[in-house]
Design a protein around this ligand. Structure first.
Ligand code: AMP
Ligand code: ZN
Length: 472
């Protein structure tokens, strides 16, 4: 079946045709690793995961790349403001690479807890400086870029149809960008953006810098660091080629970051950059984007502290289409947790025998996903499936098949539940008592019960999907 994707470039749903039959190159802009990512960032990661899983479910061989930005990203996407990595350094008294390593590790743990599939490539900007210098040099050689004492800039007036992704008027963009903050008097247009920033001017004390072939009277050896936008152009090309099938990112990236990626890549490579642009909407708090700077962000650690199953958050994200805004409240997460618990409970009464995938349900499932990845519609099929009169074994097989996309660990839960059927009632009761103690944060009682269970020859493991009992 054809998959329809809403392409931001055409503002319409298009039939997906990959460059190479059966294969997809997929790139997602990754996090700037200077701080813990919030639930809004996590929504973006889960939404990309759902799309990658849907494409794989549909039979495509997807190569998925997502970068780590560990240099060059300012607090404003237009190169103004403070350097994000340096902000992390000041906050914690660590070096830039220690900050990056720390937050890459936090991120990796978070996205694993959300059961997202690891990308095939996870390049770091600092490991791609040579490629960045090379593309910048190409842009200079071809006349798309120019050098000032402070930076090498891309000249947006030279790009072919610079604003075609955002559909802004070129005059507005050139006048409007940069927040009116003139930081370099030699910059030709305010929308020109930095490819390479010299270790000079306000960046003279930059902590991360490399030598380069670019020249400024203010530094020796062209010392400096890359601009944020060029990083994605270089890393996506390295792993997926000059033309990508799909590029995904948050909607805020349309007017600046992705517009600049197109300008650089197409000018340097003489090839179309991206065939399908996918942009996800934001997670909101009180009707505004969840944001660290606004003080409206929550982390996954807080969700864990409140003792939610993290997959309840995944279930919550599944309930809204990627192009819809989604409002976060703790009540909404409670409801998602109940929905997930209920799903697991329904699975437990299906028995452990696996039959055949029901073709009619599968057809509806595929249709929902093929319509611009409509996961809420696909998820709604689950309750319809439970209510239907098809055999339990077939229900189980069908839902396990759907879970290749949902990623709610239904197979593990089904297995655990069937194993637990063989556990003596006495042990089950002790485990329930221990769970109650844990919920009441009575750790002493909970540890006591764990020991009691151990003495009787069983062990309780606290897993993401709840306590699991194993015979010793
Ligand atoms: P940043 O670390 O700020 O560059 O953001 C990393 C990713 O998270 C980007 O792809 C953003 O689009 C995304 N993002 C940031 N805030 C939100 C939000 N409230 N909802 C959804 N995605 C977000
Ligand atoms: Zn990017």
């Amino acid at each position: 079946m054809d998959i329809k994707i809403y392409n931001t470039m055409s503002r319409s749903k298009e039939t997906f045709k990959p460059l190479e039959n059966g294969r997809v190159g997929f790139y997602q802009c990754g996090p700037t690793v200077y701080w813990t990512q919030h639930l809004g960032n996590m929504r973006a990661v889960v939404l990309a995961d759902l799309i990658v899983r849907s494409l794989r479910y549909a039979g495509y061989d997807v190569t998925f790349a997502r970068n780590y930005t560990d240099v060059g990203h300012m607090t404003s996407d237009e190169d103004t403001g403070e350097d994000k990595m340096e902000k992390g350094v000041k906050r914690e008294g660590l070096s830039p690479s220690e900050i990056a390593n720390k937050y890459v590790a936090v991120y990796e743990q978070d996205v694993t807890d959300l059961n997202t599939l690891s990308p095939d490539f996870k390049p770091r900007a600092t490991e791609n400086i040579d490629g960045i210098i090379e593309m910048t040099q190409t842009l200079l050689d071809k006349g798309y870029a120019y050098t000032t004492p402070l930076a090498v800039y891309f000249d947006v007036s030279k790009a072919k149809d610079y604003t075609r992704l955002s559909r802004q008027k070129m005059e507005d963009t050139i006048k409007g960008a940069g927040g009116g903050e003139v930081e370099d008097p030699d910059k030709r247009h305010s929308a020109d953006f930095a490819l390479w920033i010299f270790k000079a001017g306000k960046h003279k004390n930059a902590l991360q810098f490399w030598t380069s072939p670019f020249r400024s009277p203010l530094v020796s050896g062209g010392e400096g660091f890359p601009g944020w936008h060029i990083e994605c152009s270089v890393m996506s090309k390295k792993h997926l080629g000059a033309t990508l099938d799909i590029h995904m990112g948050g909607i805020e990236h349309i007017p600046v970051h992705h517009t600049n990626e197109i300008a650089q890549s197409e000018s340097a490579n003489d090839a179309p950059y991206v065939n399908y642009w996918i942009h996800n909407e934001h997670l909101l708090v009180n009707n505004a984007k969840m944001s660290k700077s606004e003080g409206t962000s929550y982390s996954l650690a807080e969700v864990k502290e409140k003792r939610y199953n993290l997959l309840a958050l995944r279930y919550f994200f599944l309930q809204a289409h990627y192009r819809s805004k989604q409002n976060f409240t703790w009540e909404a997460l409670d409801a998602a947790q109940k929905g997930l618990d209920n799903l697991y409970k329904q699975i437990s009464i299906l028995g452990s025998k696996k039959g055949a995938v029901n073709e009619e349900f599968k057809k509806e499932f595929v249709e929902a996903l093929a319509d611009d990845f409509n996961t809420p519609k696909a998820l709604a099929l689950v309750s319809k499936l439970f209510k239907s009169d098809i055999a339990n074994a077939d229900k189980l097989a069908t839902i396990l098949d759907f879970d290749k996309v949902f990623g709610l660990k239904i197979k593990e839960v089904a297995q655990e539940m069937s194993q637990e059927k063989d556990i003596p009632e006495e042990i089950q009761n002790l485990v329930t008592e221990r769970e109650t103690a844990r919920q009441n944060k009575d750790w002493a009682e909970s540890d006591k019960l764990r020991d009691e269970i151990l003495v009787k020859g069983y062990e309780v493991l606290d897993t993401q999907t709840g306590p699991k009992i194993v015979k010793k």
